[in-house]
Ligand binder design. Structure first.
Ligand code: SAM
Ligand code: DTB
Ligand code: SF4
Length: 329
């Protein structure tokens, strides 16, 4: 094994992560699997279910997104849902086995009056005994504290890509804007869910930069969603070349090695992957998925297919987050 890649640096640089990517595939996956077993039960997967609580019509120009008002993606817009509709969906998710319910809104950021409704949603979903997560875009001062007071467990806000590639993906807000919101979330005592998307035409260096930048957040995010681009007709990224699925496995492995205690979520894009690639991702340290037939605006892997896959692999849905496998080698 490459000696440079074997040492664990205090802060991960792009170069150090690139050295991980460059390892022989079997060495990389083996190393990631060992790290995974040191910190987690390797046969447990955390299940989160998504719901879009406000859909489409977003002012931002994120080049991958079905919900930007700038692209004609054929999406039907939907204003903010009623709290009762959200609670009904959360109950259904819980009955299917999800432990976390993630509510997403297509906003640059929430207006205070909209935030008040989301806060009611958080309280109601939390009262069911589910963990709560929201992704609402950029926060203004004081908004994270209001969410925390409502009992919010996680805030999702992705870096999306390496900082060098950010302006190729979005022009209406900056990488620094993303970091500012992440700092506000942290300062309010909310757990951070932060990851990115691969397969947007970036090269491996950009992917390594994204992983290094995520791992260098202090502390690293508790939850790291790795999304494979879902190509949305009408968006600037509809025509990018498909990424080699083994590059996704390598990315998961790099995330696991650099963020050993974080949940690494094999996120959007699972429909395009066969069972074997998903199995490799779990071997490489993925221990969370989005579970449920829909993501935000697109279809997810089907629940029945997931249940079959978990049974084949001997994977158990994790009942409560935070369980560590004591004494695992
Ligand atoms: N508006 C908020 C924001 O931008 O943070 C929240 C919603 S946004 C849809 C949440 C995340 O979903 C994005 O940051 C991106 O990482 C991911 N995402 C959106 N569209 C995607 C796609 N087509 N393929 C893969 N991931 C996607
Ligand atoms: C994340 O990293 N991925 C989720 C969630 N956070 C909000 C969203 C995936 C969206 C996939 C495309 C869609 O359904 O619109
Ligand atoms: Fe809007 Fe979020 Fe989509 Fe960007 S990713 S266009 S901010 S909904």
């Amino acid at each position: 094994m490459n000696a440079r890649a074997q040492t664990t640096p205090a802060t991960w640089t792009t170069e150090a992560v690139l050295a991980l990517y460059a390892l022989p595939f079997n060495d990389l996956v083996h190393r990631a699997a060992c790290v995974h077993r040191q910190h987690f039960d390797p046969n447990a997967v955390q299940l989160s279910t998504l719901l879009s609580v406000k859909t489409g019509g977003c002012s931002e120009d994120c080049g991958y997104c079905a919900q930007s008002a700038r692209y004609d993606t054929g999406l039907t817009r939907q204003g903010l849902l009623e709290v009762e509709q959200v609670v009904e969906a959360a109950r259904a998710a819980q009955a299917q086995g999800a432990t976390r319910f993630c509510m997403g809104a297509a906003w640059r950021g929430p207006k205070d009056r909209d935030l008040a409704v989301v806060i009611d949603m958080v309280r109601a979903v939390k009262a069911l005994g589910l963990e709560t997560c929201v992704t609402l875009g950029q926060l203004r001062p004081g908004q994270a504290e209001r969410l925390k007071a409502a009992g919010l467990d996680y805030y999702n806000h992705n870096l999306d890509t390496g900082s060098d590639y950010y302006d190729r993906v979005v022009s209406t807000h900056s990488y620094e804007d993303r970091l500012r919101t992440l700092n506000q979330v942290r300062a309010a005592g909310i757990k951070v869910c932060c990851g990115g998307i691969i397969g947007m035409g970036e090269d491996r260096r950009v992917r390594a930069q994204l992983i290094a930048e995520l791992a260098s957040l202090d502390p690293p995010p508790e939850s790291v969603p790795i999304n494979l681009l879902v190509k949305i007709p009408g968006t600037p990224m509809a025509q990018v070349e498909d990424l080699d699925p083994l590059e996704l496995v390598r990315t998961i492995a790099c995330a696991r090695i650099t963020m050993p205690r974080s949940y690494v979520r094999l996120s959007a894009g699972r429909r395009a992957l066969g069972e074997a690639v998903q199995a490799l991702c779990f071997l490489a340290g993925a221990n969370s998925v989005f579970y449920g037939d829909r993501l935000l605006t697109t279809d997810n892997a089907e629940v029945e297919a997931d249940q079959r896959l978990f049974a084949k692999l001997g994977i158990r849905p994790e009942p409560v987050q935070g369980r560590r496998c004591a004494g695992a080698d």
